[in-house]
Design a protein around this ligand. Sequence first.
Ligand code: IPE
Ligand code: IPE
Ligand code: MG
Length: 242
Amino acid sequence: MAGAAEKNGAAGEKLPRHIAIIMDGNGRWAKKRGLPRKAGHAVGAETFRRIATYCKNLGMDYLTVYAFSTENWKRSDEEVGAIMGLLEKYLHESVEKMEKDRIRLKILGDTTALSPAIRGLIEKTDAIAARLPGCFQANVCLNYGGRDEIVRAVNRFAAEHPGEAITEAAMADCLDTAGIPDPDLIIRTGGEYRISNFLMWESAYSELYFTDVLWPDFSEKDIDEAVAEYRRRDRRFGGVKA
Ligand code: IPE
Ligand code: IPE
Ligand code: MG
């Protein structure tokens, strides 16, 4: 493991080991330019590639992004189709590039509702990820909902341990994020101040950071600003300051 938790930035201060991002604002970005919403998603996909590379190069261990929620199926067939097309393209590229780029891609969410083509690609990226232990991990939440994840985890536990009471540790082991440390910092772009069903369990003690920047405009400088703000936070986890 790269051990970003111990890694220090230029200012000698700690980097978050795990950043999670609610990538919001693609549609409004497109609307402002008189473009169809899918044009915003296409630029947003490029932003994700750029930001993932930047986080990896900074020395973080994990980046988790919210790409498609369990509620996003409410959108038009055209928009859902465009987003699924972009995700399929990204998975194709990842099959080619993950090993060279040393990026462990992991899809989180209920994949059973996804197309056979996407599920086939996820099987391939999972197999490649298994050969990249310790590499920077990019988690893409796809057909993901925090409540859905919790319900699936509880049902899995009940099926595997009939009659047993669940514990916090057993719960964490049954989530899609099993083995992944909780996010230190959650960023939401696009100016809304809500969680929208993202990482409901894992965000218990995450620092939250909201910015008006629309996701397609989000840059490396915006990550630097969020990290600088994170460094000013005092994380007490319910305790008191020493
Ligand atoms: C985020 O951008 C991407 C997804 C939810 C898939 P939006 O598509 O929600 O963009 P806005 O919020 O409408 O601007
Ligand atoms: C959250 O954004 C989901 C993703 C970024 C994938 P939404 O745009 O779907 O959230 P709401 O509807 O504004 O809460
Ligand atoms: Mg939105």
